[in-house]
Design a protein around this ligand. Sequence first.
Ligand SMILES: [Zn+2]
Length: 258
Amino acid sequence: MKKHRTLFITLIVTALVGAGIYNIYRGNGFKEVVRIINDKIGRSKSTSKTKTFNKQQYSVDDPSSQWVIVNKIRPLKPMDYTPAQLVAPDIKLRFDPTYSEMLVSSVIATPLKQLVEGASKDGLSLMLASGYRSYLAQQSIYNISVNDIGQAATDQQNARAGYSEHQTGLAVDMEPTSRHCETENCFADTPEGKWLASNAYKYGFIIRYPQNKQDVTGYSYESWHLRYVGIDLATQMHSSRIETLEEFFGLLNAPNYL
Ligand SMILES: [Zn+2]
């Protein structure tokens, strides 16, 4: 009789412990443990990534550097800087390649071609609307705009000579070959605009003037204006969700000229 009772109690205890373990395994307790472990692994991964990314790899001041940061408080030095080698990229161009605005720095010719080919594989057709702008060309664009709409309005949409990324040859305005929404806000909603927003970083380009960052970059959203910074930096900015060069490198906001 005693032997039976002991066996009975042992069975009950085993069943209760088993059910408890099962419940922990199935329940939120276990899921929580898994989540914490994954979180820890993920966090340590991203920490080591951030640590290994060298923010001093290229200069942000040298106008020929692929990381140069030009904005309303950081003019190019010298102001009339000209890239060493300008070439017409081997992609569709808005104008004849004899126009200097159809040129880009030789540094970005291949990445730009790869970007256009990438879009093409997804059934989209992009072309260059505008690339390099010399100091003199920028001066002329700025002055015409000032005469037209005044200086305050011009400063919101056109850079002063010596303050334009286009002068580095590393910036391009892209558009669909149909010219639909050519350098207009609605480009962001076209398939080409959406594709660039999602994929440009894979080819080393960023959307330099993102949405809601006018107080940082000095310019309202320009979904068509790409800036080459190299795949490493573009990918790092994408994965860390830091949209502007100013924020990534901890530089001052540049909403206005000094
Ligand atoms: Zn532009």
